[in-house]
Write a new protein. Structure first.
Length: 278
């Protein structure tokens, strides 16, 4: 207690204790969250830019905890990754997403796809592909309607296993999307060697596409490159009508963002389908 002031030592303890306490608390809540049924999927429409029609929806995870309130994924996915809890949680997400999409097809008579985010640790788990196949079987959803979104960071590890898993998923008919495209330090060459179907341009590029010439140039270049490689393009974070005009002119295939709809709880999404698709 004699050492006051900013010694390196005294600077650390109080905050670190607080952070690790909060972490431990959250981890212990998270361990029980699954059986308590605290996770919920929201769905955000993905729209054909030209026709304005719905093609699929992205499943986005929410955690409703009594003590913590609604926790957004940016706050708990990293911890779920570190603890390995992402593996059972991620499996649940894929099962629920497949069931939901099968249900939309029953309700509307139209095939509607579902896109699911896959985190690196989940993807590398040896049971991953089997879990995906089981979810498809159990739901009766056709593989072509399931899309897996994988970030560039994962792809860049460049391992043989990554390539093998991607090929296996591709052969089964599942669609593969590069998520957050443009935010990693991509070598781009992976686009040629891996069986991706779609690039999703990160919202950080779409945000200022009308005001920043550089962002507009990048988006244009990404769309041209993707198309010449036979890939479809999704723009995420579309918030204003003027952005949709730009994306239409630049032949961006699909769009997603608050302009069309925020992510919705399943029942609200079904209602959205009802008012927008008939
Ligand atoms: P992401 O995959 O890039 O998802 C897009 C995020 O942008 C979502 O945030 C979505 O709500 C938000 N968004 C959608 N439209 C707009 C818009 O027009 N403007 C703006 N500013 N934002 C928009 P959310 O739901 O908080 O998810 C954050 C991230 O958490 C996701 O980023 C994804 O990486 C991760 N995530 C979400 N659900 C899952 C999941 O089930 N599994 C895994 N592994 N990760 C998930
Ligand atoms: Ca995503
Ligand atoms: Ca494919
Ligand atoms: Ca993103």
């Amino acid at each position: 207690a004699k050492h006051k002031g900013k010694s390196a030592y005294s600077r650390f303890t109080p905050e670190m204790t607080e952070i690790s306490h909060e972490r431990l608390q959250m981890e212990s809540y998270m361990r029980k969250a699954m059986e308590l049924g605290e996770f919920e999927l929201y769905f955000q429409p993905i729209i054909d830019t030209h026709s304005g029609k719905l093609v699929s929806a992205e499943a986005l995870l929410r955690w409703n905890n009594l003590a913590l309130g609604m926790v957004m994924p940016d706050r708990f996915i990293p911890l779920a990754e570190e603890t390995g809890l992402i593996i059972p949680i991620g499996e649940w997400v894929i099962q629920e997403a497949c069931k939901a999409a099968r249900n939309w097809q029953t309700l509307t008579g139209n095939p509607i796809g579902v896109a699911v985010n896959v985190s690196p640790r989940q993807f590398r788990d040896p049971g991953f592909t089997d879990a995906v196949m089981r979810a498809l079987d159990a739901s009766g959803l056709s593989a072509e309607l399931l899309e897996l979104e994988i970030t560039e960071r994962l792809i860049l590890d460049n391992s043989i296993e990554t390539a093998d898993i991607l090929r296996k998923l591709d052969r089964s008919g599942i669609r593969l999307t590069v998520d957050d495209f443009g935010t990693g330090y991509s070598a781009l060459s992976y686009l040629k060697s891996y069986p991706f179907d779609t690039l999703k341009i990160d919202k950080s590029f779409i945000q200022d596409v009308l005001t920043e010439n550089d962002d507009a140039s990048l988006v244009r270049a990404i769309i041209t490159m993707a198309h010449s490689l036979g890939l479809k393009v999704v723009a995420e974070g579309v918030e204003a009508e003027a952005q949709t005009h730009f994306l239409k002119e630049e032949h961006c295939d699909y769009s997603q963002g608050y302009f069309y709809s925020t992510p919705l709880p399943e029942q609200d999404f079904i209602q959205w389908l009802d008012t927008n698709e008939r």
